[in-house]
Design a protein around this ligand. Structure first.
Ligand SMILES: C[S@@+](CC[C@H](N)C(=O)[O-])C[C@H]1O[C@@H](n2cnc3c(N)ncnc32)[C@H](O)[C@@H]1O
Length: 355
């Protein structure tokens, strides 16, 4: 787990909740009817569609060369991948990764000799590409977080809107589910996860309530149980937000090791990019965005040198990666058409010629 990071709301609770801003109004629980989940909610929409976020902006940022080799690290339902393929010539190549088996299934519908779909977490990118004889690529795209089909499919256990088994794994073929984590963890570790990844002020109270429930012989195995116990432990929360929003986000980030994945992948992107190659990363919360921003900065600046270091700038090691423009956010029109895009931030960087 990455230590010392503070969390912010993210795509995890992509319901109608607004990401909290500093100074957001907090309502007293007693003043509200709690939006506690129950199994009488309307049937979930289990559509397999995902509306791609920042589609044109992200693909444009890659500056696709017709004969280039590109990586889509987060295939999802292939919105970005299809657009990249449109721009590639007959000798171009696109390698797409996803750790979700449903995404892999969706990728099988793309019958295109230029396209290869790989079932892997993206932190395995460099090794998987090496096995295919690829050590350099012209561009890499990461559209982080979860897809709409993952959130909207109740059985995946990502959402407090439906009562379902508490899974939350993007890759259901391996790893520990959220229920298994809660069954095995300590109260202290659970509180840390909820605090660090959910920025939840009631982390300790929630962890205590969950462990008490577990120790009383009521294992937390469903989203409904989790939402209910959390709602009982949270006394204040933001208007319109389910009290369990932050806890669901935290558990999802932990179960999928999302920040570790990203931190491990950034240096691989640097190593994989050919000179002038582009990296485009879409983040959905500040924890992810900070990792991307700081990595690019760390490659671009020699912030570690004292200001009066007696060396000319030209003699300093030159940057291997430079930020391209400022961060890009969805337009008001895109947010209106797809509210789930509202917290997206696209950062673009370019590999220099420096080895
Ligand atoms: C936001 S969706 C991508 C949507 C896609 N750009 C599209 O247009 O359809 C994120 C996808 O990345 C996958 N994913 C997230 N983290 C991953 C990781 N570390 N390794 C591989 N896939 C990951 C998720 O399973 C999900 O399918």
């Amino acid at each position: 787990m990455i230590k010392g990071v503070s969390s912010a709301p993210n795509q995890a609770s992509l319901s109608s909740n607004k990401a909290s801003a500093t100074g957001a109004v907090i309502l007293e629980k007693s003043s509200l009817a709690l939006p506690v989940l129950n199994s009488t909610l309307p049937a979930a929409s289990t559509t397999d569609a995902h509306i791609t976020v920042l589609l044109d902006e992200a693909v444009q940022a890659l500056e696709i060369k017709p004969d280039g080799v590109y990586v889509d690290g987060t295939f999802g339902r292939g919105g970005h991948s299809r657009k990249i393929l449109e721009k590639l010539g007959s000798k171009g190549r696109l390698l797409a990764f996803d750790r979700d088996l449903k995404a892999i299934e969706a990728g099988k519908h793309i019958h295109d000799p230029r396209f290869t779909m790989l079932h892997s977490h993206f932190a395995g990118m460099q090794a998987r590409l090496a096995r295919l004889g690829i050590s350099k690529v012209d561009g890499i795209l990461l559209d982080l977080g979860i897809s709409s089909p993952q959130i909207d499919e109740p059985s995946r256990g990502f959402s407090f809107r439906y009562d379902a088994p508490l899974d939350m794994r993007m890759d259901q073929s391996s790893g520990q589910t959220a229920a298994e984590f809660i069954a095995a963890t300590t109260e202290q570790q659970l509180a840390e996860v909820i605090k660090n990844y959910g920025e939840e002020r009631f982390a300790k109270q929630i962890a205590r309530a969950l462990i008490a429930e577990r120790n009383d012989g009521r294992a937390i195995t469903t989203t409904g149980q989790l939402a209910k116990v959390v709602a009982g432990a949270v006394t204040r929360f933001e208007p319109g937000q389910n009290p369990a929003t932050r806890t669901f986000q935290a558990l999802r980030i932990y179960v999928n090791q999302e920040l570790e994945e990203l931190a491990l992948t950034m240096p691989q992107c640097l190593a994989l990019l050919a000179p002038q190659g582009r990296l485009a990363v879409i983040s959905f919360h500040s924890l992810e965005d900070r990792i991307v921003k700081q990595f690019v900065r760390s490659q671009a600046n020699r912030d570690d040198l004292p200001a009066n270091f007696p060396v000319r700038a030209a003699d300093l090691p030159q940057p291997k990666l430079i930020a391209v423009g400022k961060s890009i956010k969805p337009s008001a029109g895109e947010i209106k058409a797809n509210p789930r895009s509202r917290s997206a931030v696209l950062r673009v960087a370019q590999r220099t010629d420096v080895l």
